[in-house]
Design a protein around this ligand. Structure first.
Ligand code: IFM
Length: 461
C-alpha cells in the first residue's frame, strides 16, 4: 500500500489535507450564523444537482473533535480550512462572537494535536446581505472584507501564522458573476470584470491588515486555480483561443499579483465591455501587488480549448463566448476531468519561469471517483490512490527541478458538498455516510497515512 517507489520529498515538505467551511460545516442557522450566497443559491430551483444544500453537509460544526482526531490518525503536518464569513459577521458587518469561538476551538484543537493551521478567509461563502448590496461587483465589499479579516486575524493571529486571503477567485468572479453556475448566479460580464478587480484588491488590502493584526512572523498568501491551457488542434484559431483562455484563467490573476499590472490583451478584450477607467483607481495595483509569502495552487486538470462561433455559453469569463472547452483525453474522473499529472509539473515549471521568486504549495489536488463499497463495505479506491500518488510525484519532480514548492494538500478530507454538483461526486479520502454521518477511511486514506509515516521514517533514518 505504501508508495512504491518511495517518495523523495524535499526537506521540510508539508503534507496536508484541505477542506472548506461551507462544504463541510452544516449548522447553517446555528449560533447566530447568517445566510451566505451559497445558502440562497442552493435553494434556487435547478441551481444544485438533486436540490442538495449545505444545511447539514458533514455536520463538522458538531463533530469537530472527531474530525480533528481523524487528522491525527492520518498524521498530516498541516490542515487547510476556511472560515465562514457569515458565522463571524452574519450580515457582513456586525460581530457574532460564537462564530469566532468555533474557529478558536478549531485552531486550539489543531495546535494541541501538533497540526499546523493554514487558514483561508474566503472560500466563496459571502454573507448574503453583502450580495444584496452588490457583492463583489461593488468596491464597498473590499472594505468589508478588510474589516472581517482584521477581526479574524486579531482573534486568531497569535496562533495562526499562515493565512490565505481568497480561494480561487476565478470561480467566485467567473462562475459566480459571468456564467452564473455558482452563487450568486449572476450572468453579467461587467459585474464579473468588477468582481475580478475587487477580489484582487480585497486580497491586497486584507493582506496588509492581516500582517498588522498578526504581527511579526505572519505569512499571507492567496490560493488560485491556474491550469495549463492546451489548444484542441494546431489550427491558428485554436492557438489563439488557447492564448485568450490563458489570459482569464491564469494571467489576469497572476500578472497583477506578481507584476503589478493587468495583461494588455485582457484589458483590450474587456475595454468594450465596461468602463475600466472608472473601475481601476490609481493605487489599486500597488495594493494588489503587495508581496505574498505563499501562492497556493489548486490543480485538477489541464483545460483543452477550441474556437467556436460566438453565442450563448462559451468558456466562463467575459469575452469568451467564442471559446469552448472540449473534453481532454482519457482517463477521466467521474466529473469528466482528464487525469494528467504531467499538467501539474508543467504548470509549476511555467509559474516558476513566468513569476520567479514566488514560493508555492499545491493547496488542493484530488479527484472524484466512483467509490463503490466492496462486499465488506470498504471503499478500495485504487483509482484515487493512483491519482494522488502520480500528482504528488509530479510536485516533487518540479521541486527537484528547482521550483520553490513547499507542500501538498489532498482535496479533500471528507466526502462533502461539491457546490453545484451537490453530494454525488465524492472527492474525500474519508467516506461520509450521508444518513448517519459515520466517517470511514477509504483505502486512499490508509495510503496517505502510510506515505506520511514513511516520509517521517525516511527523514529519521
Ligand atoms: O470542491 C472544490 C473546492 O471547493 C475548490 N477547488 C476545487 C474543488 C473540487 O471541485
Amino acid at each position: 500500500m505504501a508508495p512504491h517507489p518511495p517518495l523523495a520529498l524535499p526537506e521540510g515538505f508539508t503534507l496536508g489535507v484541505a477542506t472548506s467551511s461551507f462544504q463541510i460545516e452544516g449548522a447553517v442557522a446555528e449560533d447566530g450564523r447568517g445566510p451566505s450566497i451559497w445558502d440562497t443559491f442552493a435553494r434556487t430551483p435547478g441551481a444544485v444537482v438533486g436540490g442538495d444544500t449545505g444545511d447539514v453537509a458533514c455536520d463538522h460544526y458538531h463533530r469537530l473533535e472527531e474530525d480533528l482526531d481523524l487528522l491525527v490518525w492520518l498524521g498530516v503536518d498541516s490542515y487547510r480550512f476556511s472560515i465562514a464569513w457569515p458565522r463571524v459577521q452574519p450580515d457582513g458587518r456586525s460581530l457574532e462572537p460564537r462564530g469566532l469561538d468555533f474557529y478558536d476551538r478549531l485552531v486550539d484543537g489543531l495546535l494541541e494535536r501538533g497540526i499546523h493551521p493554514l487558514a483561508t478567509l474566503y472560500h466563496w461563502d459571502l454573507p448574503q446581505r453583502l450580495e444584496d448590496d452588490g457583492g463583489w461587483s461593488e468596491r464597498a465589499t473590499v472594505e468589508r472584507f478588510v474589516s472581517y479579516s482584521e477581526v479574524v486575524a486579531g482573534r486568531l493571529g497569535d496562533r495562526v501564522r499562515d493565512w490565505s486571503t481568497l480561494n480561487e477567485p476565478w470561480c467566485a468572479a467567473f462562475l459566480g458573476y459571468d456564467a452564473g453556475i455558482h452563487a450568486p448566479g449572476v450572468r453579467d460580464p461587467a459585474r464579473a470584470i468588477a468582481a475580478v478587480h475587487h477580489l484582487l484588491l480585497a486580497h491586497g488590502e486584507a493582506s496588509r491588515a492581516i500582517r498588522a493584526a498578526g504581527g511579526p512572523g505572519t505569512n499571507v498568501g492567496i490560493v488560485l486555480n491556474p491550469a495549463p491551457i492546451r489548444p484542441a488542434s494546431d489550427d491558428e484559431a485554436d492557438l489563439a483561443a488557447a492564448r485568450r483562455a490563458d489570459g482569464l484563467r491564469n494571467r489576469v490573476w497572476l500578472d497583477p499579483l506578481v507584476h503589478g499590472r493587468y495583461p494588455d490583451d485582457v484589458l483590450a478584450a474587456w475595454e468594450p465591455l465596461t468602463d475600466l477607467g472608472a473601475l481601476h483607481r490609481d493605487d489599486d495595483l500597488a495594493a494588489i501587488a503587495a508581496p505574498i509569502d505563499l501562492l497556493g495552487i489548486n490543480y485538477y486538470n489541464p483545460v483543452v480549448v477550441t474556437a467556436r462561433p460566438a453565442g450563448d455559453g462559451g468558456l466562463p469569463g467575459p469575452g469568451q463566448d467564442h471559446l469552448a472547452e472540449v473534453p481532454g483525453p482519457a482517463p477521466h474522473t467521474t466529473l469528466g476531468w482528464s487525469i494528467d499529472a504531467t499538467g501539474l509539473e508543467e504548470l509549476l515549471l511555467r509559474l516558476h519561469r513566468d513569476y520567479p521568486g514566488v514560493t508555492m504549495a499545491v493547496t488542493e489536488n484530488g479527484g472524484a471517483f466512483p467509490d463503490a463499497p466492496g462486499p465488506n463495505g470498504r471503499i478500495d479506491d485504487t483509482d484515487r490512490i493512483a491519482y494522488l500518488d502520480a500528482h504528488l510525484r509530479a510536485a516533487t519532480r518540479a521541486a527537484a527541478a528547482g521550483v520553490d514548492v513547499r507542500g501538498y494538500y489532498v482535496w479533500t478530507l471528507l466526502d462533502n458538498f461539491e457546490w453545484a454538483e451537490g453530494y454525488a461526486p465524492t472527492f474525500g479520502i474519508v467516506h461520509v455516510d450521508r444518513a448517519t454521518q459515520v466517517r470511514t477511511p477509504k483505502a486512499s486514506a490508509d495510503w496517505y497515512r502510510e506515505a506520511i509515516a514513511g516520509r517521517r521514517g525516511a527523514a529519521a533514518s
